[in-house]
Design a protein around this ligand. Structure first.
Ligand code: ADP
Length: 460
């Protein structure tokens, strides 16, 4: 299997090389096409200019051709690659490049053919002729033989070769650059990925303290690193909770069991007189244990997704009233004011489970609000959901403990809550039930000022 770095290097390299090749090919093709067009036009213009030049060498006063000048024009044209022949009106040759210097003509024609063949544009020499008139009277006939459709002069050829050399050099330079850029880019991407893979392996081995610390300047890679860090953090929290949970269960069971055991032993050994009150005390402890086990069972059932909800259309305000009435006596014992406010709100939910959620929240509010405090259940009907808020002006929860109160067996300020008799499962059950309904349970609280738990259940 190829490494990510190799694969990325190869992909980036391939893309860059392909781009360079395409740019090179098209720019070359375009430059050549335009240049050939220009040369073809230039050849025609030059032939016409040569003939026009020749026309100027006719001396009307003597009605003859100025042979010295014709020779000069012809030689100049020959060196430029144009083979000229001029005849007078009678058809007698005035000047002919070939008969003037056959060898030079042959050499120039061979040079041009060889140059064009090496350029890859083989053509042929063709003759082109035109009458020359003076004041409307034909005074001669000029013919020009040149390599067509176009040819490169020595200078043109040097220019185009230089251009090609520059293009090839640029392509080579760009390819080397592509290799370097491809390698560097691939390294930049592959290194953090390899690092996160190694972190994930360490996490799998149980080392939750590792963190992805570099910043890569690439959002997705930073996100990947962030996700690994979140995973490590979440697993570490779970690990701590699991450890604490085992200790908590043991503790929850040991204290009442020890109390009941000691009381029964004292009564069996006759140290304590057997009274209905003492037996009732033992019975209460056993009941508390039973309730704790029942809560644990329920939690296990909810969490193993074995919970079947029998959903019907229910009114949250009605549920709030029922739960408030069930717990009113308890609130009264603490001289707390308990009120249900708001409006009816119909949602689709399991009635018993809904009441259980509100029961857990309200009994907490009563537990964690001192004597004489006030507690309110407020029902709100929102367009898409029904909302119940359980507010109290009790002890509140410390900000850094807020995210943990829904964890099982978590008690804020452990000692304080234990006196009140909670096992730290009530909120876990409430939240699991809300989630099973597809809703949300959130909390806002300020230490010493009170708490507000909000249940939101969708209507649909
Ligand atoms: P418990 O059985 O201990 O009440 P819960 O899961 O119901 O367990 O609650 C977890 C912890 O959250 C409690 O121990 C308590 O510290 C805190 N808590 C819950 N409700 C309130 C509230 N209304 N006011 C203050 N603290 C609260």
């Amino acid at each position: 299997m190829k490494s990510l770095r190799t694969q990325l290097s190869l992909s980036i390299l391939l893309i860059l090389l392909l781009t360079i090749a395409l740019i090179g090919f098209f720019s070359n093709w375009f430059v050549n096409r335009e240049f050939e067009k220009y040369l073809t036009e230039l050849e025609l213009t030059r032939s016409e200019n040569i003939i026009a030049d020749l026309g100027n060498q006719y001396d009307a006063s003597t009605q003859s051709w100025n042979s010295d000048y014709v020779h000069a024009v012809g030689m100049q044209a020959l060196y430029d690659g144009y083979i000229l022949r001029l005849s007078d009106a009678e058809g007698d040759v005035v000047w002919d490049a070939e008969s003037h210097d056959m060898t030079l003509c042959g050499q120039i024609m061979d040079d041009i053919s060889a140059r064009m063949e090496s350029y890859g544009q083989a053509g042929v020499f063709s003759e082109w002729g035109s009458e020359i008139s003076h004041n409307g009277q034909m005074v001669g006939f000029a013919s020009v033989t040149s390599y067509g459709p176009y040819f490169l002069s020595e200078n043109d050829f040097t220019f185009i070769s230089a251009l090609n050399t520059i293009l090839v050099s640029i392509a080579i330079f760009a390819s080397v650059l592509a290799v370097v850029v491809g390698y560097v880019l691939a390294r930049r991407i592959a290194r953090p990925v390899a690092e996160t893979a190694s972190l994930a392996q360490q996490i799998a081995r149980g080392n939750y303290d590792v963190r992805f610390e570099r910043t890569t300047n690439t959002r997705e890679l930073d996100d990947l690193g962030g996700a690994i860090n979140d995973l490590a953090r979440a697993l570490s929290e779970q690990e701590q909770l699991r450890k604490r949970m085992t200790a908590d269960i043991a503790h929850e069971l040991r204290t009442p069991l020890a109390a009941v055991g000691a009381h029964l032993e004292a009564m069996v050994e006759g140290l304590w007189e057997l009274t209905p009150e003492r037996l009732q005390g033992c019975h209460d402890e056993i009941q508390r244990l039973g309730a704790l086990v029942a809560e644990l069972e329920m939690l296990a059932r909810i969490e193993s997704e074995g919970l079947v909800l029998s959903k019907t259309r229910i009114d949250l305000q009605e549920s709030a009233h029922t739960v408030a009435e069930n717990l009113r006596a308890e609130a009264s014992k603490k001289h707390q004011q308990l009120a249900v406010k708001g409006e009816p709100s119909l949602v689709v939910a399991d009635k018993d489970r809904m009441q259980q959620i509100l029961h857990n929240l309200l009994s907490n509010a009563i537990k964690y609000t001192p004597e004489g405090g006030s507690i309110q259940l407020a029902v709100m009907d929102e367009p898409d959901s029904g909302v119940v808020q359980v507010k109290d002006n009790g002890v509140g929860i410390l900000a850094d403990e807020l995210p943990l109160v829904f964890e099982r067996f978590y008690r804020a300020e452990q000692s304080r809550s234990r006196e009140l008799g909670g096992a730290g499962i009530g909120l876990t059950i409430a939240q699991s039930l809300v989630v099973a309904h597809g809703g949300s349970l959130t909390v806002e609280s300020h230490e010493g000022q009170g708490s507000c738990f909000t249940v939101r259940i969708a209507k649909g």
